[in-house]
Ligand binder design. Structure first.
Ligand code: PMP
Ligand code: GLN
Length: 389
C-alpha cells in the first residue's frame, strides 16, 4: 500500500545495523551516536524545565524566543553571520528541517543536486517531495568533486542544491573555494542552497568549517540547517533549526507545522543556554574527537584497513580491500560475526551506479565513543586478519 515514491525507503541502514549489533552483542560503531551524555548543565536545565518550570506544553510555533535568539547569537559568534531571530525556525532535529525545506520548496519534477554518498534522509525527502535527486559523486580517497560533473548536474529544472559540510559519511570538509564553485552554479541556475551543518563544530587538523551563507552574495539564497544532537551529544533530543532570508525560511516554517506541529518545549530553552557555553567547551569537541579519530584510525590501519582520514564529523571511512574484502555491504553484515564490531557500508548512501561503484568496498566506523570502547573495538578488529587466514 505504500506510495511508490517511498518504496525504496522502507528501512534505514542505521536501523538494520543497530539491530544486528544488538542481536550479536557487537560494539556498535555503525549508527553515529555518542555513548556519553552532553554537558551536565544542559541535562540539569532540561530536567528542571520539566519538573520545576512547567515547560511541558506546546512551545510557540517557530520555536521558543530564547533559542531563536541563541541560534542567531551562535551564528554571529562562530561564523560572523547576521541572522535575525525572526528568521530562525526551530525544528524536530535537522531531519525535519531538511524534510520541511524540501517539501516546501520543490514542485513535482524539480531537481535537487546533492553530493553522494548522501546522508540517507536526503533521497527520501526529495522523493517525498516528488522531486528528483541529481547526485554528484565524491570519489575516494579524497572525496573531492569533479567540476564538470558538478556543472552537468545543474539544469533549468534545478530547484536547489543540498550541501552537507562537514560531510557524512566521508568526513570531508569542503573548502571555501569548493563552496564558491557550488555557489556560482547555484547563482547561474537561480537555485536555492540548502546546507546541512550538523557537524559544524567537528573539524580536525586545522580544517575550518565554512558556512555557505558566509560567502559573498550567497546568504540571500541559502537556508542553513543545524541541530543540537551532535554538538551537545544529545542525538535523541531532536532539537534542530533552519534559518535564512524571510522569503525562503517561510517554506520550512509552513510545512513543519503539519509534520510535527511544534515539540521539544523543555529542551529548547536548555539548548539555548548550551549554545552560549564558553569557548573551552567548543574547543574540547575538536580536541576530544581528534584523539578518538586517531585511536580508531590507528587500530583500523593495524588491523589491515586502508584508512581514509576524515577532516570532520565523527566518522572514519575505511577500505578493507587489503584484507581481501571488496564489497562493503557484504562485509558490514559479516563484521559482527567476524570480530564483534558493527559498521555501516558506504555504497548504500549512493543513488547512482557510478557512486556506488566508486565506494563499493568502503565501510564507515563512528568514533564518538568512550576511549575504552574504542580500545576494545580495536582489539577485536585486530582479529580480522586471523579470521581471514
Ligand atoms: N544530517 C546529517 C548529515 C546527519 O548525519 C544527521 C544525523 N544525525 C542528521 C542530518 C540528522 O540530524 P538530527 O538528529 O538533528 O535530525
Ligand atoms: N546521523 C547518524 C549517522 O549517520 C544516524 C542517524 C540515524 O540513525 N538516522 O550515523
Amino acid at each position: 500500500m505504500l506510495v511508490e515514491r517511498m518504496r525504496p525507503f522502507t528501512s534505514t541502514i542505521f536501523t538494520e545495523i543497530s539491530r544486528l549489533a544488538v542481536e550479536t552483542g557487537a560494539i556498535n560503531l555503525g549508527q553515529g551516536f555518542p555513548d556519553t551524555d552532553g554537558p551536565a548543565s544542559l541535562l540539569a536545565d532540561a530536567a528542571a524545565n520539566i519538573t520545576e518550570r512547567g515547560a511541558n506544553q506546546y512551545p510557540p510555533g517557530p520555536g521558543v524566543p530564547a533559542l531563536r535568539q541563541a541560534v542567531a547569537d551562535h551564528q554571529r559568534r562562530f561564523h560572523g553571520l547576521d541572522v535575525d531571530p525572526a528568521d530562525v525556525v526551530v525544528t524536530t532535529g535537522a531531519t525535519e528541517a531538511i524534510a520541511s525545506t524540501l517539501l516546501g520548496l520543490c514542485e513535482p519534477g524539480d531537481e535537487v543536486v546533492a553530493f553522494e554518498p548522501t546522508y540517507d534522509s536526503y533521497a527520501a525527502s526529495v522523493a517525498l517531495a516528488g522531486a528528483t535527486l541529481r547526485p554528484v559523486p565524491l570519489r575516494p580517497p579524497h572525496f573531492g568533486f569533479d567540476d564538470d560533473e558538478l556543472a552537468a548536474a545543474f539544469s533549468d529544472r534545478t530547484r536547489g542544491v543540498l550541501v552537507n559540510t562537514p560531510h557524512n559519511p566521508t568526513g570531508t570538509v569542503f573548502t571555501a573555494e569548493q563552496l564558491t564553485r557550488i555557489g556560482e552554479l547555484a547563482v547561474a541556475h537561480d537555485a536555492v542552497i540548502v546546507t546541512d551543518e550538523v557537524y559544524e563544530h567537528m573539524t580536525f587538523d586545522g580544517a575550518r568549517h565554512v558556512p555557505m551563507a558566509s560567502l559573498p552574495g550567497l546568504a540571500d539564497r541559502t537556508l542553513t540547517i543545524s541541530s543540537a544532537g551532535k554538538t551537545f551529544s544529545v542525538t535523541g533530543w531532536k532539537v534542530g533549526w533552519v534559518h535564512g532570508p524571510p522569503g525562503l525560511v517561510a517554506a520550512p516554517r509552513a510545512v513543519k507545522q503539519f509534520l510535527t506541529f511544534h515539540g521539544g518545549a523543555p529542551l529548547q530553552p536548555a539548548v539555548a543556554d548550551a549554545l552560549a557555553l564558553g569557548d573551552d567547551f567548543y574547543v574540547s569537541i575538536g580536541t576530544e574527537l581528534t584523539r578518538k579519530r586517531d585511536l580508531l584510525s590507528a587500530g583500523l590501519a593495524d588491523a589491515g584497513f586502508d584508512v581514509l582520514t576524515p577532516q570532520g564529523t565523527y566518522f572514519v571511512v575505511a577500505d578493507p580491500t587489503p584484507l581481501g574484502y571488496d564489497d562493503g555491504v557484504d562485509l558490514a553484515w559479516k563484521l559482527p560475526e567476524l570480530c564483534g564490531v558493527a559498521a555501516v557500508p558506504v555504497s548504500v548512501f549512493c543513488q547512482s551506479e557510478a557512486g556506488a561503484a566508486a565506494t563499493r568496498p568502503l565501510v564507515r566506523f563512528a568514533f564518538c565513543k568512550r576511549d575504552e570502547v574504542l580500545t576494545e573495538a580495536v582489539t577485536r578488529l585486530a582479529t580480522l586478519k586471523e579470521a581471514r587466514s
